[in-house]
Design a protein around this ligand. Structure first.
Ligand SMILES: *[C@@H]1O[C@H](CO)[C@@H](O)[C@H](O)[C@H]1NC(C)=O
Ligand SMILES: *[C@@H]1O[C@H](CO)[C@@H](O)[C@H](O)[C@H]1NC(C)=O
Length: 529
């Protein structure tokens, strides 16, 4: 009898502790063909499938190699949209090494162009058209999962299927998100994602930060959104009674999953609906291929891992820079493992190994890796921090400067401007990172903080997705600030009111004083007579 009560109690507490979710049907839209972005998407979709959910995904790249089984349906976008072609065409960029010279305004314009082009390319696909024009919408899906990256037209699918939205941001927090989440991001200490600043800004840096943040907010509202609205209208007009505006749709997002986490992000105002899940793409290390394993095992003086990521290709590097890197590497006792996409590199120093593709995270996990030479992308930076490897940053564009500045400020990286790298500077920086213990100590401390979470990142992402499904959205987490007019939100009406009352009181006082003075004069005048 007692035993029965006990087991009932255990059963009861298990039920209370683990909220039950029936397997859900999730519509995912990952239509932007950014290779690095798919590190996060793939990890998330895998995790959802492993948790028993069914996912239908509009996919820029196939996840076929993941063997996700019958609960995964892929609507592949074909052919893959070559957005770098648009970039080269519109901005006179020859190769990506030139992006270091592009200013922020051109960069924002570039993102908008590639966003609009890739969105429309995906919307034209027959599979996507079938989804848009489907007759049956009731109960087909439980949730729309979308990327928070210049793909807003797809949010209309949530209106079509009457489902809540969760978005994922591969770039982590961005200042313009305050407009969708109804909060205020102080430009005084939150640097814009593309500015090479930190959270300690000088006066002039604050001026520039304010200007670029305001510029982006206004540009989105008055330039970008009308263009995205036109695309949304074109493709959803025939099927929706009223096509919602992008500005409205993005305030209906229930939860936003952000690829960032303390201490790699600026401490900043946020709302419960913004959930940091940075590091989702990092799994326990797998064994390395034999040749790499023995190359690194034998690196008794340590090894350097060099990769500029999936977009910037080392093979496009100007010839004199290539020679410079090879010369410096050849003069060091460390071994160098370099992601290099071309076999025609010529004679290599004996301590350098190149490969077209390298299992980056697994390599960074090798204890002999002493330095990671990186472009400072968010995924790579997180891997470097996770495995506590000091970094030599060569940032090119986007958030890479910011990530590297954060790392420099944290004392675990040295950042170099690609165009000003010299032999001496490169050798000196590498030796500092290897021999000066402060870099390793700092990155170990940052790594411990980065890994210290209430829930591991993939688990956390699935928790919040299931949370939104369970509660059919999360209006209780939505900021009421989103429903105010802009002048109400910034309290301009209250400030004007107080100023007006103050001014009125002042005027009245002045008037009263004048009247008093007047009557006093009259009084004295009458007296003298
Ligand atoms: C697919 O999802 C269903 C629930 O929707 C689940 O019962 C089944 O085990 C899943 N199949 C696989 C292969 O994971
Ligand atoms: C080690 O690096 C730190 C941080 O850059 C620097 O302050 C210190 O002087 C360096 N020590 C040596 C011996 O170079």
């Amino acid at each position: 009898m007692k035993l029965q009560a006990l087991s009932l109690l255990i059963l009861y507490s298990a039920l209370v502790a683990l909220p039950q979710v029936r397997p859900a049907k999730i519509l995912a839209v990952y239509a932007f063909p950014g290779k690095s972005h798919f590190m996060m998407h793939t990890a998330l979709i895998r995790e959802l499938i492993q948790n028993g959910h069914q996912v239908t995904m509009i996919a820029a790249f196939s996840l076929a190699s993941q063997q996700l089984g019958s609960n995964y349906t892929e609507l592949l976008i074909e052919p893959v949209y070559d957005f770098w072609h648009d970039v080269k065409l519109n901005f006179g960029v020859q190769h990506l090494f030139d992006l270091t010279r592009m200013n922020n305004y051109d960069f924002l314009k570039m993102l908008e162009i590639i966003g609009l082009k890739t969105t429309e390319h995906a919307l034209r696909q027959p599979h996507v058209q079938a989804l848009i024009h489907a007759r049956q919408t009731e109960g087909v899906f439980d949730l729309l999962l979308a990327e928070q990256f210049y793909q807003e037209a797809f949010l209309a699918l949530a209106h079509k299927y009457k489902i809540p939205i969760v978005t994922t941001s591969t770039l982590g927090y961005e200042n313009h998100m305050s407009q969708m989440m109804g909060l205020i991001t102080p430009w005084s200490f939150v640097p814009h994602g593309f500015m090479p600043f930190t959270d300690r800004m000088s006066f002039m840096e604050r001026v520039r930060n304010t200007y670029v943040s305001l510029y982006e907010d206004l540009d989105r509202l008055f330039n970008y959104f009308p263009k995205m609205d036109a695309i949304t209208e074109l493709y959803f007009g025939p099927v929706l009674a009223e096509v919602p505006k992008v500005r409205h749709m993005e305030t209906q997002i229930s939860v936003m999953l952000l690829n960032s986490h303390a201490p790699l992000t600026t401490a900043r105002p946020t709302v419960d609906a913004m959930v940091p899940v940075g590091g989702m793409h990092i799994y326990p290390p797998k064994p390395l291929p034999m040749d790499m394993q023995s190359f690194l095992d034998a690196a008794t003086d340590g090894a350097i891992y060099f990769s500029l990521g999936s977009n910037v290709q080392s093979k496009e590097m100007p010839a004199h820079m290539l020679q410079l890197f090879l010369k410096v590497f050849g003069s060091m006792k460390q071994r160098v493992l370099w992601k290099f996409e071309d076999d025609s590199i010529g004679q290599l120093p004996p301590n350098v190994m190149i490969r077209k593709w390298l299992p980056q995270a697994d390599i960074l996990a090798h204890p002999n890796i002493k330095v990671f030479i990186t472009h400072g992308g968010l995924f790579g930076t997180q891997e470097g921090v996770h495995y506590a490897v000091p970094m030599l940053g060569i940032p090119f564009y986007c958030d890479q400067h910011l990530n590297m500045n954060k790392a420099v400020l944290g004392g675990y990286a040295i950042s170099l401007h690609f165009q000003s790298i010299t032999e001496q500077l490169l050798r000196h920086s590498l030796l500092q990172l290897i021999e000066n213990a402060s870099y390793a100590e700092n990155v170990q401390r940052v790594s411990r903080i980065f890994r210290d979470r209430p829930l591991p990142p993939r688990r956390s992402a699935v928790y919040w997705i299931e949370y939104v499904i369970r509660h059919k959205g999360a209006p209780h987490m939505r900021s009421a600030g989103l429903d105010l007019r802009w002048y109400q939100f910034y309290l301009l009406d209250v400030i004007s009111f107080v100023a007006a009352v103050g001014l009125a009181v002042l005027l009245l006082l002045l008037l009263a004083l004048r009247l008093l003075r007047g009557s006093g004069k009259k009084h004295s005048k009458s007296k003298s007579h």
